[in-house]
Design a protein around this ligand. Sequence first.
Ligand SMILES: Cc1ncc(COP(=O)(O)O)c(C=O)c1O
Length: 334
Amino acid sequence: MGAVIDLRSDTVTRPTEAMRTAMARAEVGDDVYGEDPTVAALEERVAGLLGHEAALFVPTGSMGNVLAVRSLVAPGQEVLCEASAHIARAELGAHGAIGGVTMRTWRHPRGDVDLDAVRAMHAPDMGPFFVRTTCVSVENTHNFAGGTVVPLDRLRDLREWADGAGVGVHLDGARLWNAHVATGTPLADYGAQVDVASVCLSKGLGAPIGSLMVGSADAVAEARVWRKRLGGGMRQVGVLAAAGLHALDHHLERLADDHAHARLLAEACGVDPAGVETNIVVVERSDAAALVEKAAAEGVRVATVGPTTVRMVTHLDVSRDDAERAAAVLARLV
Ligand SMILES: Cc1ncc(COP(=O)(O)O)c(C=O)c1O
């Protein structure tokens, strides 16, 4: 058996030698004092990519989402999102526990925006009678729906409706890079449809840590205070920001390889590759746990994300050769 091929997540990558060199050479300073030039460069770069005024470097996508959502939703108000959104399912209730935010959800098999449902759920300010909707959150790409892309047109429709309703729009763009590479849509076009976003460097881009909350200068200034309040004020983290800058320079366009590898795996698992838009493949199996075990025994690590759902994710540390080897194993087992 060759080296283990780890398809559990795109967060399992290890920094490349070139990334480690960039990290070692980074200029640093105390970022709580606003004195880390590498962090400042990363924040400016990512804000620019999304066409927003400012960005804030945070340790995780979860913190980026908490800061972004709370910038639009006061305690006791609500955010609407898709039922399997990461903010609803996988942030351990942080938005309620920390932000005092309440949440209602619509269901969509591809994690898409259902504008009819949003319209129907939207609750304007009714004083002391109903929870007020102040934000709609979208996830692009959508993790648990299988790396699906929320189309730009749908986001434009949502933006138009939200402007009319006086509601903010949040984007969980942990994998927005994948949507950009898969569709060719400029990142700024996605950015233009939302008030605040969180994007991650530690997923497909292969950095060991790091996300950015992106938004207006005011929203980011307030988030800087909240980041510190949450214990996320960091010091000489230019070494980490350098990994992010290196990732943006060297690992963005190559995401197309991950998408091709994911289609290869899908085919091997009997999933229509045409439905695999980016780097995540979801396979429905009644024997999900057994499949995970059997694959592991053959050197291919995949994960369950539900009792009957197996997920595999391609990334920087999965070569074409690895993808072909994993596909051969999975084809045999499935
Ligand atoms: C869509 C999405 N949003 C947010 C996150 C949270 O990122 P982190 O693990 O850095 O908190 C993840 C993590 O996988 C994710 O998939």
